[in-house]
Design a protein around this ligand. Structure first.
Ligand code: C5P
Length: 410
């Protein structure tokens, strides 16, 4: 029986790479078919070593595309059309080699040509030996593909066919299907068609070429908010200071270092329907950072003259009507008198909501996984219980969606 899920009626171009996990795609094709997905498959040359085109085509009910220079294929269905006819391209298993070729923009077989020619979303489910996964070259390629907007599914940790243990196992079929469902449900989610700008992470303010002023923000909360908004269908631009957080799926990331770069990136990203300023922007920067490394010397300790950074939240909140996003949300990290300080901040910055949280060292919020917040607005205050940062993000994203679904904000 076909279940009606977000996958029903979707067309997926499955690109099967050459890895031992390729056999698992046979099960994946069957489960996708159960969900009403029409699957077409391309197999790389290496994939033929692990599964036969005959098995794949028996399950997809379609011919399998294998060779770029097959003249009959090109006459029936060109490689461009093949990649455009789908709603999404899924690479599974994505081998280290295939990902490297995607990064390089190569088109030296049908699989990479379809990936280069497509204008559709691309998701990859990697599978490889743990050392290959951890290799710097592969990690560089993952970072680049993420930057290019490619979505990652897995890999899982576990025992590998090669006898080693660690990350590199192809995600389980239900997890791949769940990731695809998430992708397609976002397209019809309550925030579909809304552009939301999120700032996250700390900023680094240079003192000289090797030193900077910074703070302890990890970017966990801001990145989680960006991810939650995207999963409700928003088009999200995440302007992020230096953090180790992975880019959430489906989010456009802009990396910055300083407050002034963050402001410029936000201005470039506007217009937006909503802005969530979750970054811990440095309040001050050094008036003039030194061109050369500052040296210890007989003249004693240097004095650092500081000057104020632009207040991104206040600037966006006070944009003229027409340019100002409909909903502007600020954060207030406080170590004492949380509500009192946050109430004053809401008024001073002129944002619509202010999410206040206790970041005193005893709270463990900075860098930790939990957060206790109060959401203040002109109409009152919501006290949320202690939640994980992911739960805070989901709840805030739903509140944003509710705000936009009320008729007065259309
Ligand atoms: O004044 P304070 O730094 O406590 O305000 C915090 C809020 O203002 C946060 O939402 C933060 O992202 C934003 N902010 C900003 N630019 C600054 C300072 C703070 O956007 N320069």
């Amino acid at each position: 029986m076909t279940e009606l899920t977000p996958l029903h009626g979707k067309r997926i171009l499955l690109i099967i790479g050459g890895g031992i996990a390729a056999y698992k795609t046979l099960e994946l094709i069957r489960r996708l078919a159960d969900k009403g997905v029409r699957v077409r498959a391309i197999m790389t040359k290496a994939a033929h070593e692990f599964v036969t085109p005959l098995s794949v085509s028996s399950l997809t009910g379609e011919k399998v595309y294998t060779d770029l220079f097959d003249l009959t294929d090109e006459a029936e269905m060109g490689h461009i059309q093949l990649s455009r006819d789908a709603d999404l391209l899924l690479v599974a298993p994505a081998t280290a080699d295939l990902m490297a070729r995607m990064v390089a923009g190569m088109a030296n077989d049908l699989a990479t040509t379809a990936l280069l020619a497509t204008d559709k979303p691309v998701m990859v489910a990697p599978a490889m030996n743990v050392r290959m996964w951890e290799h710097k070259a592969t990690q560089r390629n993952i970072a680049q593909l993420t930057q290019d907007g490619v979505g990652f599914i897995g890999p899982d940790d576990g025992n590998m066919a090669c006898g080693e243990f660690g990350p590199g196992r192809l995600s389980e079929t239900p997890d791949i299907i769940a990731a695809l469902e998430n992708h397609f449900s976002a397209a019809t989610g309550p925030l579909a068609g809304r552009h939301i700008l999120v700032t996250s992470g700390p900023t680094h303010e240079p003192i000289d070429p090797v030193r900077y002023l910074a703070n302890r923000s990890s970017g966990k909360q801001g990145h989680a908010i960006a991810g939650s908004l995207a999963s409700l269908g928003a088009q999200v631009t995440l302007v992020a200071g230096p953090t180790a957080q992975p880019t959430p799926q489906g989010v456009k990331i802009v990396h910055v270092e300083t407050a002034r770069e963050m402001l410029a990136a936000c201005q470039t990203a506007l217009p937006a329907d909503g802005v969530i300023c979750a970054a811990a922007v440095a309040d001050w920067r050094v008036v003039q950072d030194a061109e050369q490394k500052m040296k210890k010397g007989p003249d004693g300790v240097p004095a650092l003259a500081l000057t104020e950074n632009p207040d991104i939240l206040a600037i966006i909140s006070q944009l003229p009507k027409g340019q100002r996003p409909a909903l502007v949300v600020g954060f207030a990290a406080e170590t004492e008198k949380i509500i009192e300080h946050a109430t004053a901040k809401l008024a001073r910055k002129k944002c619509d909501w202010l999410v206040a949280n206790d970041v005193s060292p005893a709270s463990g919020v900075m860098g930790g996984d939990m957060n206790t917040v109060h959401v203040l607005s002109a109409t009152g205050r919501d006290d949320w219980p202690q939640l994980s940062k992911t739960e805070v993000a989901d709840r805030l994203a739903r509140k944003v969606a509710d705000y936009f679904s009320t008729s007065s904000h259309h």
